[in-house]
Design a protein around this ligand. Structure first.
Ligand code: ADP
Ligand code: MG
Length: 718
């Protein structure tokens, strides 16, 4: 096909340049070059009016007008000069500088007509331009057009490559005699239903835009396309699995489950727990493999749901596994589960990295023979030496610490894939849930056990340290326990450890007579367990710790959590930490210690925590501020998408439409997609299909796009 032509045959390329393009930009064919979009666009073709700016993805453009006023705002690193610019229309534009503030504040004269040039950013419904070029309007200066700027490597620059050359080369594709238009890779139906720019036109507009509007439409088209294929891929797998992968059939609710429910269960289940258990039960009696995400805020009682689900497996002649991300958490789960399981004669064991060799051998044997009903553990559970007799259900706690690949390894352990229940307290923003976790069914526990009081969250600065100490004192006197948490970030381990140790000493000095324990991630496991244990048992009243306590530790008597250097944590992480308190019936407090001199933006970010306890709102806000690639969970689990054009934090609407479109295509005629599609149907014993997703999503998407273009006859979709 024309677009697959080797780039060396393009006019102006040849062997030498083809080598450079391939090694520097990964461009090997005509298609690759077309997909090598400019990283930004410059529109000097005309003057824009502020009134006509709409949407995101605007090019750098020029506006003619006058400065009305200048103001210095913010402090510290965020200190900035804000100029208000008017072109005589209804709307005004903010112009922002972060450097040379003093000099610039008097440089521009009111009344003089200027041309400012830069990329307008949309923020809270108003546009602003940061660090624009400003020059006095010169009517004699002609417009210079609208063009893209390509990113080039240093090597290329040295060899004389320029934006202009790339532009010429792209132009040569369009003027090539073999060029007969580019066939769309999206179904015609979808292009028209979602008013997308056709592919051919979109390529031209990306490289040679006519105006800002058509560039936006072209960008939107490529975003849509990218997300469409991601969704297509995910949905297709989940449908296929839904219909094809066999799972154990758990027909009955048996003796163990009922024995526990009627005789041991120490409290009434919440409505949400009951609903979720029903959903899980329904999944596990279809004969197909369950693959479900259980989302519930910290303290919502996920462990109980996990345990009762595991009992369903045991009652149906299977084993169950509960995997946790840390040793401490696994140990705590083990103790909890054991206390519930012992009275009903269900055998629970613990397997972690620090299980002794002899004990480990016994456990391995017990798992293989089927004597062990439920195994709780860490990554140690997915080592090759671990073999199950019949693993029927694998529960994975705190999903964000594990990659999909690990999830898949659990499945590989059997000839029949066990049911999988993934639990997380991190509320997953809709856009992420639709992509990264798009292969999972979702259950939500949206109700906390009764008697919990919402945690009061305060933002305080070093200057009010005494006030904070007084609050701690009063809680200690009432018999409560206190967490004091310090950040520990790898890059600066030494410094962090120092501040942690100082904090520990200060705490001991400030609260004499109360035992203080001390925990951080770099401790030997035995020492860590010992220290944690002091706190869990109530012997230590204060725990000074790093984020090792983040996940899962359950001490209902703890009523205060002080978080030092709160600005160094992500909002979702703060939310998780905060979930450690407020587990008893008493009023609890979370105190975020910020820097008094911190920036206004940081204060605003932290104050979100004081305004809401809604994990969903918090994670949305977190994602907007930090971007999805940075979200805890996506990165650690290796799921960070390498999307080329789309941005999950900003393109939620496009994503929603792309998913809807993908679903419509799949529902309409899924068999259309089977032949020639990049993905082979999952085989028995195969790595679970979705596990291949994270490694190279972009490559995969690219490949899908190509194959789709060739093998699917879209005109057959009515
Ligand atoms: P998470 O969802 O954060 O894992 P846990 O499972 O640790 O929450 O539960 C938090 C606490 O709430 C535990 O002490 C647990 O025993 C208790 N709990 C769970 N469900 C209920 C319920 N229905 N009623 C009262 N307490 C409950
Ligand atoms: Mg938990």
């Amino acid at each position: 096909m024309f677009l697959d032509t080797d780039i060396k045959f393009l006019k102006g390329v040849g062997d030498a340049r083809a080598k450079v393009l391939a090694s520097e930009l990964g461009v090997a064919t005509f298609r690759d070059l077309l997909y090598y979009f400019p990283f930004r666009h410059i529109d000097r073709s005309r003057f824009y009016r502020i009134d006509e700016l709409t949407g995101t993805d605007l090019p750098a453009l020029q506006i003619k007008g006058r400065f009305i006023s200048f103001n210095i705002e913010g402090e510290g690193a965020r200190k900035r000069l804000v100029g208000v610019f008017s072109d005589g229309g209804r709307r005004l534009l903010e112009v922002v500088w972060f450097s040379k503030i003093q000099a610039l504040s008097t440089a521009y004269k009111p009344g003089v007509e200027y041309v400012i040039f830069g990329k307008p950013n949309l923020f809270r419904n108003a546009y602003s331009i940061v660090h624009p070029e400003v020059e006095v309007y010169d009517p004699a200066k002609p417009p210079t057009g609208f063009r893209g700027v390509y990113s080039l490597t240093e090597t290329m620059r040295k060899r004389g490559y320029s934006t202009r050359l790339l532009q010429t080369l792209v132009g040569n594709i369009f003027s090539n005699t073999g060029f007969a238009g580019i066939q769309d890779t999206l179904p015609r139906e979808i292009v028209s239903r979602y008013s997308l720019m056709p592919l051919d036109e979109a390529f031209r507009q990306m490289h040679f835009p006519d105006n800002a509007r058509s560039l936006q439409k072209a960008t939107e088209r490529f975003k849509f396309e990218e997300l469409f294929y991601v969704e297509m891929h995910i949905l297709r797998y989940s449908m296929e699995r839904g219909s094809k992968i066999p799972g154990y059939l758990f027909q009955k609710i048996g003796e163990k489950f009922n024995g526990f429910y009627f005789n041991v269960l120490p409290f009434e289940l919440t409505g949400a727990q009951k609903r979720v258990l029903k959903e899980i039960r329904a999944d596990m009696k279809t004969g197909r493999q369950m693959n479900r995400l259980l989302q519930g805020d910290v303290g919502s009682g996920k462990t109980m749901v996990a345990f009762m689900s595991l009992l369903m497996a045991v009652d149906n002649g299977c084993q169950g596994a509960l995997m946790a991300p840390t040793e401490i958490l696994a140990t705590q789960h083990y103790e909890t589960l054991k206390s519930w399981a012992d009275p009903i004669g269900v055998r629970v064991e613990l397997l972690t990295g620090s299980t002794r060799v002899a004990a480990r051998r016994v456990i391995h044997e017990g798992l293989e023979s089927g004597d062990i009903d439920i195994i709780v553990g860490t990554h140690a559970l997915i080592e090759d030496s671990v073999k199950f007799h019949r693993l029927g259900l694998a529960v994975i706690d705190e999903q964000h610490r594990f990659g999909v690949a690990q999830r898949a390894r659990m499945w590989q352990k059997n000839s029949v894939a066990p049911h999988v229940l993934v639990m997380t307290a991190t509320p997953i923003p809709r856009t992420l849930a639709m992509t990264v976790y798009g292969d999972l069914e979702v259950s939500v526990i949206d109700e906390l056990p009764p008697g919990r009081k919402p945690v009061t969250t305060l933002l305080r600065y070093d200057t009010s340290r005494l006030e904070v100490d007084r609050l701690i004192f009063s809680q200690l006197r009432e018999g409560r326990q206190i967490y004091i948490v310090y950040p520990l970030i790898e890059e600066n381990e030494k410094l962090d450890l120092k501040s942690l140790e100082e904090g520990y000493r200060r705490t001991c000095d400030t609260f004499p007579g109360y035992r203080v324990c001390f925990v951080h991630g770099k401790m030997k496991p035995a020492e860590k367990d010992y220290q944690m244990d002091l706190f869990v048992k109530g012997e230590a009243r204060i725990m000074v710790a790093t984020t090792v306590i983040e996940v899962g530790v359950n001490v209902p008597n703890a009523s205060v959590m002080v978080i030092e250097n709160a600005e160094r944590f992500g909002l979702s992480q703060l939310h998780q930490l905060r979930g450690r308190v407020g587990r008893g019936a008493d009023q609890s407090y979370c105190i975020l210690m910020g820097k008094a001199k911190g920036s206004a933006d940081t204060k605003k970010r932290l104050s979100i925590m004081t305004e809401t306890t809604d994990g969903f709102l918090i994670s949305e806000a977190d994602m907007k501020i930090r971007g999805p690639g940075d979200m805890e969970g996506t990165q650690q689990s290796g799921l960070a998408f390498n999307l080329k054009v789309a941005d999950l934090a900003r393109d939620g609407q496009i994503l929603t439409r792309a998913r809807e479109a993908a679903l419509a295509v799949l529902r309409g005629n899924p068999s259309l997609l089977a032949p020639g599609c990049a993905a082979t149907p999952p085989q028995k014993g195969d790595m679970a299909p979705v596990a291949v997703l994270p490694q190279s999503v972009s490559v995969m998407v690219e490949e899908l796009r190509l194959r789709f273009a060739r093998t699917v006859d879209w005109s057959r979709i009515s």
